[in-house]
Ligand binder design. Structure first.
Ligand code: IDP
Length: 142
């Protein structure tokens, strides 16, 4: 497979922002060699979250997830680099921080999900289609 320059949408979730981990997340992104194409601190609206998490609508964790994501500021970034979608998901680690490998953002910094359900510091797009869709939600002018 040939390497491909692509874009991914990354969010530092409210737990990451509150805990002062934004710089650490951005540091890891840049240390990996990805560049920041766009960056903003914002309070997510319900409309943005409904669009962003449309695939999870109806699941038991959907409402608590939307509640959590609107519980405080988030930092939204567009990152660029070779295979950065897969690469950032690897940097982020498994969804559940308890299971995420040490060395990953969630593995190193995420709290036990038994106590902090929904909270796993970061979001990263899971495909080129999702990335372009999500970039359109958070950065309509890009
Ligand atoms: P991902 O963020 O690792 O791609 P997704 O399955 O897309 O994981 O889920 C989106 C977000 O929803 C997760 O990051 C997490 O915050 C939350 N979530 C997913 N599954 C569960 C669950 O089983 N319980 C609680 N929250 C969940």
């Amino acid at each position: 497979m040939t390497a491909q320059t692509e874009r991914s949408l990354v969010i530092v979730k409210p737990d990451g922002y509150r805990r002062g981990l934004t710089g650490e997340v951005l540091r890891r992104i840049e240390a990996k060699g990805y560049t920041l194409a766009a960056l903003q601190v914002t309070e997510a609206t319900r409309e943005q979250l409904a669009e962003h998490y449309a695939e999870h609508e109806g699941k038991p964790f959907y409402e608590p997830l939307v509640e959590f994501m609107s519980s405080g500021p988030v930092v939204v970034a567009v990152i660029e680099g070779n295979d950065c979608i897969k690469g950032f998901r690897s940097l982020a680690g498994a969804t559940n921080p308890t299971e995420a490998a040490p060395g990953s953002i969630r593995g190193d910094l995420g709290r036990d999900w038994g106590l902090k359900v929904q909270q796993n510091i970061v979001h990263g797009s899971d495909s080129t289609e999702s990335a372009e869709r999500e970039i359109g939600i958070w950065f309509p002018n890009l």
